[in-house]
Design a protein around this ligand. Sequence first.
Ligand code: PLP
Length: 382
Amino acid sequence: MAIASKDFTKVVHAGVHPEPITGAVMTPIFQTSTYAQTAPGEHTGYDYSRAKNPTRDALETAFAALEGSTYGLAFSSGLAAEHAIAQILPANCEIIICDDVYGGTGRMFRQLFAKYGITAHFVDMNRLESISEKISSRTKMIWVETPTNPTLKVVDIKAVAKIAKSHHITLVVDNTFSSPVFQSPLQLGADIVVHSTTKYIGGHSDLIGGAIMTSSKELYDQLQFIQYAGGAVPSPLECFLLLRSIKTLVVRMQQHEKNGMAVAKFLESHKKVAKVYYPGLPSHPQHAVAMEQMRGFSGMVSFDFKGSYDEVLVFIKKLKLFCLAESLGGVESLINHPEKMTHASVPEELRKKLGIGPTLLRLSVGIEASEDLIADLQQAFA
Ligand code: PLP
């Protein structure tokens, strides 16, 4: 699918300017905790690195450029970013959230925020009525993840935004699986976008990070205060690595999509595969919505293995290029068993309802040659 050519320019230049003293083309790693003051309270605008750091400033500008937002904020992990968003909620309110969000997101609301009286209703957002049915005067936030992890359901962001706006409810979209290259939730009506930058934005499986983007000054002020007062900031080295990664985001995503599509088509034609989950395939139940709101489909492909759990284990062992590991979005291909790994914290009953069973596998298709990846899968099936 076509990516706007301006995206190529944006990712190469986002947030980075030659450093004023030396002219260094890459933003330096300002590895400092504190800054000299000329008199008590008189400083350059930088007084302590939890509050402000030049490498992080550059990254936050780049984040905003990626999502076309006014503001960007960097966090020490995707969950730290999500935790900051959840902290804008008042006690004893309600939120409505996709039923198959990332396991850690569900766990955060179930186990950390329930004690403040915050009730999270987990609903199937492919049935828009299921959102409307749960709205009450206490509903303060709707939380969408699309495509979802791991069954890659696609939620219609524009339709959910319409419901959220009509009830003055804040809409959050986790855009991790698409990356900003393939989906722009703020343009579709979301108020806040969140990313685990550990995934596609980082892209090299070598860091943990999170991002928040918003164009609302009111939300930014609250979130920025939580970032400062809560303190879950990334290190200057992590900020530098992310700035470097962002420069290749478009070219990486194009290769992820090309390989993802090739692998999804191969799996769909294989007799040992019962079902493939990939929004780019016409067989995907929300393919039409995906075509409408996404510019591409990334390298995330899930499938149901036709066979027993023991056969699944043999298949995983035989793979040579796909490494068995949690996480996703890196240049190298990974395979994950959601039931036993990333989604083990999801209550068993909900896992069953969502189809996260012993034979479900999730691939993060990397940027290797697609024929090598398909050959690897083929020999493991054989
Ligand atoms: N959102 C999604 C969709 C994820 O897949 C993950 C982690 O896998 C997170 C958020 C949490 O990010 P992190 O692991 O960087 O805290």
